[in-house]
Design a protein around this ligand. Sequence first.
Ligand SMILES: *Cc1c(COP(=O)(O)O)cnc(C)c1O
Length: 422
Amino acid sequence: MKDETKCLRAGYTPKNGEPKVMPIVQSTTFRFDTVEDVAAVFDDPTLAYIYSRFANPTVDAVEKKIAALEGGVAAMCTSSGQAASMMSILTICKAGDSFVATSKIYGGTINLFAVTLKRFGIECIFVDPDIDEKEAVKYFKPNTRAVFGETLANPALAVLDIEKWARIAHSQGLPLIVDNTFPTPILCKPFEFGADIVVHSTTKYMDGHAVQGGGVIVDSGNFDWTNGKFPEFTEADESYHGIVYTRDYGKLAYILKARMQLMRDFGCYPSAHSAFLLNMGLETLAVRMERYCDNALKVAKFFESHEMVESVSYPALKGDRYHELAKKYLAKGSSGVISIDIKGGRANASKFINSLKMANNEVHVADICTCVLHPASETHRQLTDEQLVAAGINPATVRVSIGLENIDDILDDFKNALDSIK
Ligand SMILES: *Cc1c(COP(=O)(O)O)cnc(C)c1O
């Protein structure tokens, strides 16, 4: 099946007389005839559902759909993108370990890695994503266990050279984890370029309608956990009846370890109703992504031509510093997100946003409706102008997320607001 078809048909296939639409299985638990039946599922949790803290039929259908879209062997949904990023690392790292993350990643992920995981005794080593391969390997230590990057960074809009980072990670015997939230599998499939694990905030384009938060971890099944660096994968898990993940589950070792250890213990699993809503978003993902990209390219070109716009970041634009990488990794388009610096600094950036009549001013991105955000006054308001610049954020930066309204209405709104600050 091609992507458009998978969006509609993967994950759930009704049998004769069954509901056409994937049902919401709103049940925390499942009934069995005998004690032995339940015991069998405890021995092999892939046999049946037992409890919706870590597996549920509605969520499972969505997991299968996303795994099919990414080209992975299996997926596990989480209650937020943050939970997916956290669990993608905690499945591999314990106290005393370190991992490498590229420095241009989502701000919430930076805080999770630099502050919260540090409190767990796990060190994150941040490295410039554009670094030379030979330089990069110098950052790895004997206790380094994974590499993490973001395909299209929020909000820097830097494109990750996935093949380069896969080579770096694999030369160290480590897996590459990629946050593929902005492109979605419609615009980029990181597994095709050597990534081993993919995470998403499904809150963004996958849901698309701003109705429920969520995340997902997808396993390519390609990484060799038996290379000697990952004893928790190759030795008996005493917390789970002596299961040996690589021996008993082969290509599913990582994703089953994530579910059976971490989801069992943390329980940050989405509800069936959330999964149902996410599925509706996924059904139209392929058509929506195409239109977001078309609209955003037109808006990016208009921004380039307007005298009140100092600079435009949008990798699909010729001349963008990531255009060459975008041609390789984001050949179908670079999503609906554009970053612009307004002439006249912080004050004019606020005035521009306040002058918009249609675009929503909100803390969100990758929505079906056009929206804008001023990082300096909103998400990063605790920082001084000097600190903002150090963090790579210009006080005049506005992050724009182009929606599916008619392109003429979108352009009119931006043109009127920019003209008003001349
Ligand atoms: C929003 C976002 C996250 C966090 O996702 P939540 O669903 O808000 O927890 C992670 N990565 C990227 C790239 C994001 O844009």
